[in-house]
Design a protein around this ligand. Structure first.
Ligand SMILES: *Cc1c(COP(=O)(O)O)cnc(C)c1O
Length: 488
């Protein structure tokens, strides 16, 4: 199967080339030129498999230039019990017709692991498959979670090296500790005297520095990014929607063919878009509910057809959803209205920070998508309510979605799966506050974790608990102007 750009043009590339390049030459995102069907035969075959087996089967439909045995081996390693404690993506029952798909059992306790544990392996193979003999040098500027998830995913993967830059005072103490103690032969972490924009601009400068790129080339490196718009990060996310549906069938909660809705805490529109692809493959999905926090640009878009990023930006307790440009929405536009119109709307977005789709176009999107947003107070209330009603401790991002799922279930009485994207321990202080308690913070950086555990009788996830005994490997901060010099 070939991949094309959301903004048109005649270039068609293999999946390996799409994964290696990341973004198309005309600025568009890569999409498969057709969506494979989840036939009864394929469904039956995958139904009996474990998560890694299902992942390999689904990925091979999209990445048909990869050797299926190689994909299977990569999935085995990526989704092993050693990486994902308690299963890769279990679906748990909250109540009648209410479920939660838990995507936070990976090494960094957040949903980015679902893609970043496998994507580096896909990239490593893509280099070989495209005849590339250089080593991929991944540069990341992070304000928190992506950096750690990328480090964990790329560590000790052949033919890649990774360097993560972060603002020295722009990440939480736990995030800092997570990165400073990162293990692996091919990883490096560097704090920057500056804010996130300084780190991001520094990385952009490095990418556009011709002389530096030439000198890196001579040393055998090709610069790439671990960007969330790479198809290699999107494809693995399709798997858990299908797998969750199968698990619900297996548990006798639904019958095969019954429709189920998924409610997804959304930022960059990557997670929920993967759900849309699963639906287009033929998975019986009723509604895809796009849940936003106070940065509700997507709610407005889904309700009015106007995407307008000229608006106030809010810092919320669900920071991974504090986004005003949802890049993957471009892929939905492509599949709904085609490349030419998508390209034209993207030009509007570039020029005016705004575009407006036609009513008929909106109707096509509304045929499957709902949008709603949860404000800060409702988010905290939801954490408390969920704990009181079900005994489950959820994080702020999950709470944003669970509130919308609650509203949907109340209105329709239909089954709905809340997609849970982070362990509550990643946002322990907010969760403690939401549960009506006060954070004492008297036991160092990890104090909120111990306190949340004592308050709720739940266990601290192993990767976070292990932080206390880990040696710091990366120390000190440099000025943004020295970022390029720190590469080799
Ligand atoms: C990245 C992230 C999201 C948003 O996912 P998108 O694919 O960007 O929509 C939600 N919750 C958490 C915890 C995340 O890390």
């Amino acid at each position: 199967m070939k991949y094309v750009s959301t903004r048109g043009g005649s270039a068609r590339v293999s999946s390996a080339a799409a994964i290696k390049k990341g973004i198309a030459d005309n600025g568009g995102l890569y999409v498969p030129e057709r969506i494979p069907l989840l036939t009864n035969e394929i469904f039956d075959d995958l139904y009996e498999k474990d998560y890694a087996g299902r992942a390999a089967g689904i990925l091979s439909l999209f990445l048909d230039d990869y050797d299926p045995d190689a994909l299977y081996e990569d999935c085995r390693r990526a989704y092993s019990d050693a990486s994902f404690h308690g299963g890769a993506a279990p679906t748990v029952k909250l109540g009648e017709g209410r479920y939660m798909l838990e995507l936070f059992h990976g090494p960094t306790c957040a949903f980015k692991d679902m893609a970043l544990q496998i994507m580096p392996r896909l990239l490593s193979r893509a280099l070989t498959m495209t005849g590339e003999d250089r080593t991929a040098y991944i540069l990341v500027a992070t304000s928190g979670d992506t950096g750690k998830a990328a480090l964990e995913g790329y560590r000790d993967v052949d033919r890649v090296r990774i360097k993560v830059f972060y603002p020295v005072d722009g990440v939480s103490d736990i995030q800092k500790l997570q990165m400073a103690t990162q293990e692996g032969k091919n990883v490096s972490v560097q704090a920057i005297n500056g804010n996130f924009d300084d780190a991001q601009n520094g990385v952009k400068k490095i990418f556009s520095d011709q002389a530096l790129n030439a000198s890196l080339n001579e040393k055998g490196f090709i610069l790439t990014s671990a960007n969330s718009i790479n198809w290699g990060r999107l494809a693995p996310q399709i798997v858990y929607y299908i797998s969750s549906y199968m698990d619900l069938c297996k548990a006798g909660e639904i019958r095969r063919g019954d429709r189920v809705s998924f409610c997804v805490p959304t930022g960059n529109f990557g997670n929920i878009f993967a759900g849309y692809i699963a639906y287009r493959m033929g998975l019986p999905v009723d509604r895809l509910i796009c849940a936003s926090n106070e940065n509700n640009i997507l709610t407005d878009f889904l309700n009015t057809g106007v995407y307008d990023r000229n608006r106030k930006f809010y810092q919320t307790s669900s920071p991974s959803m504090d986004i005003l440009i949802s890049s993957n929405l471009e892929r939905l536009l492509y599949f709904t209205i085609g490349a030419d119109k998508t390209a034209s709307y993207m030009r509007d977005l570039q020029k005016y920070g705004r575009y407006e789709i036609k009513k008929t176009e909106l109707a096509a999107i509304s045929a499957i998508f709902d949008g709603g947003f949860t404000d800060e107070k409702e988010t905290f209330d939801e954490i408390k309510t969920t704990y009181e009603q079900t005994g489950r401790v959820i994080d702020t991002h999950t709470a944003v979605a669970n509130r919308q799922a609650r509203i949907y279930a109340g209105r329709t009485g239909k089954p709905v799966v809340t997609v849970s994207t982070a362990s509550p321990y990643k946002f322990a202080a907010d969760v403690i506050t939401a549960l009506g308690s006060k954070v004492k913070g008297d036991r160092g950086v990890l104090s909120p974790l111990y306190e949340l555990s004592e308050l709720t009788g739940t266990e601290i996830p192993a990767p976070l608990a292990a932080l206390s005994g880990k040696a710091v490997r990366f120390e000190g901060a440099i000025d943004p102007s020295d970022m390029a010099g720190s590469l080799v």
